[in-house]
Design a protein around this ligand. Structure first.
Ligand SMILES: [Zn+2]
Length: 199
């Protein structure tokens, strides 16, 4: 996960690229030769508690498939999405939503965001947010898009059908987002891959 080579090069698992600041500072305490043993042990515990594999499975999937690994300049966006997802999960969903992978889409032009569902299991796989949307509209707007996709995630994880029906509209009203589909009106819809459904 984390190691220091003999030439003092710090090697960290690539999944830590998504880790929040407290985990990153635990890495620093862990490898600092001046840290007390007890400090190192608690730092080790903190960095091992971070679900690094969650992000590796995404990276592995992308290497074999058609999706590219995240770009360096998108990492701050990915971190902020993860942070807001955690916060909104607690505020609006009782903390019941699972952690989910995020992707910043450079190609998404007709939509602002989407949730990918496995067609077979109907379980959420990933939330994508349009990079254009992030750069153009800022976080207040993007948070609305994120919440829209989180309502779909909640529908899927609680066994409801994933759509924009009454359940969706009621929940959207409750959490304070417009119940519109997250799509830029008037544009052509993105091409759909075969095995995933996008909502
Ligand atoms: Zn939707």
């Amino acid at each position: 996960m984390v190691s220091l080579t003999g030439r003092k090069v710090l090697r960290v698992h690539r999944g830590y690229a998504y880790a929040p600041d407290d985990v990153l500072s635990a890495i620093v305490r862990f490898v600092d030769p001046d840290s007390r043993r007890s400090v190192q042990l608690s730092a080790e515990k903190a960095l091992l508690a971070y679900p690094v594999e969650e992000f590796v499975s995404v990276a592995r999937r992308t290497r074999g498939g058609r999706r590219p690994a995240p770009r360096r300049e998108d990492l701050p966006f990915l971190r902020e999405l993860k942070r807001r997802h955690q916060e909104l999960n607690v505020r609006h969903f009782g903390g019941g939503l699972a952690g989910i992978a995020f992707r910043i889409s450079w190609k998404m032009r007709t939509r602002l965001g989407e949730l990918l569902l496995d067609r077979r299991t109907e379980q959420p796989q990933e939330i994508s947010i349009s990079r254009r949307h992030l750069l153009r509209d800022g976080w207040d707007e993007v948070e609305g898009t994120l919440l829209h996709e989180m309502i779909h995630q909640w529908q899927a994880e609680s066994g409801h059908s994933v759509d924009h029906g009454k359940l969706f509209r009621d929940k959207a009203r409750e959490v304070g987002v417009p119940a519109r589909a997250v799509r830029i009106v008037g544009s052509r819809q993105a091409r759909r891959p075969l095995r995933r459904r996008r909502v």
